[in-house]
Design a protein around this ligand. Structure first.
Ligand code: URA
Length: 234
């Protein structure tokens, strides 16, 4: 990681204040003064000291949570508890949900303070598959189910949007329970897609993101750290 980014992630300094601190000789790398903001460091091995304080990347954390209902993915305190209120870790407000779930949606939520990793997971360019299970108000089978499957595969024009949704996969588990796999994440996308098709989502649950699935033994409200393999899978 670049030294100026490391400083901005591990201290209160912004990137430009970090550059200034480097120029002013306030930083040492493995005991030697260092001034170049572009110096690359090994975040596991190298020792960076700012004004006598050794810095470490407590910052880069990667978690999964089984989000329950009635909990919000926002940073601000509001009507409902926030997902970060369920996590008992220091500096928890640094953790950001990786793609939000609605307050009434349950299931897999990733959280991190690594902005670049978060971007890799959420950017439509990376076409990361997200699998949702929707409980529908209207049962659909036969030609109604087939029609919906075709429309979802072609892409649907949502209200107030200019471009149709990206081709996605719809599968009916039962006439009222459907699995929808998306590679993008527009605002309320699943609910709006079913609304555009003439149905209504009564309950929504996210089952997986990329290669990471919600484990059966993670109860609603529980969280755990991601494994190195899970982090590297994006
Ligand atoms: N689509 C929705 O409509 N809601 C969610 O919470 C996630 C995807």
């Amino acid at each position: 990681m670049r030294l100026d980014r490391f400083l901005s992630e591990t201290s209160p300094l912004t990137r430009s204040l970090a550059k200034r601190a480097l120029k002013n000789g306030e930083v040492t790398l493995n005991g030697e003064p260092v001034k170049q903001a572009s110096t690359h460091i090994d975040t596991e091995q190298d020792e960076v000291v700012l004004n006598g304080e050794t810095l470490s990347l407590v910052g880069l954390r990667y978690l999964m949570m089984h989000k329950p209902t009635d909990v919000e993915c926002t940073a601000r305190r509001g009507l409902y508890p926030r997902v970060i209120d369920l996590i008992d870790l220091p500096k928890v407000e640094r953790l950001q949900p990786v793609g939000r779930l609605d307050v009434d949606t349950t299931g897999l939520l990733l959280l991190t303070d690594d902005g670049q990793w978060s971007h890799r997971v959420t950017s439509p360019k990376h076409r990361c598959a997200k699998v949702y299970i929707a409980e529908l108000a209207e049962p659909w089978e036969g030609s109604a189910a087939e029609h919906a499957i075709e429309q979802v595969a072609q892409g649907i024009l949502l209200d107030d949007e200019d471009t149709p949704t990206k081709p996605a996969t719809l599968r009916f588990i039962t006439p009222q329970r459907a699995e929808l796999t998306l590679t993008e994440g527009r605002y309320h996308q699943v609910k709006r897609m079913f609304a555009a098709l003439g149905n209504h989502v009564n309950e929504l649950h996210r089952q997986s993101i990329g290669d990471i699935s919600l484990p059966d033994d993670l109860a609603p409200g529980e969280w755990r750290e991601l494994s190195a393999e899970e982090i590297a899978s994006f």
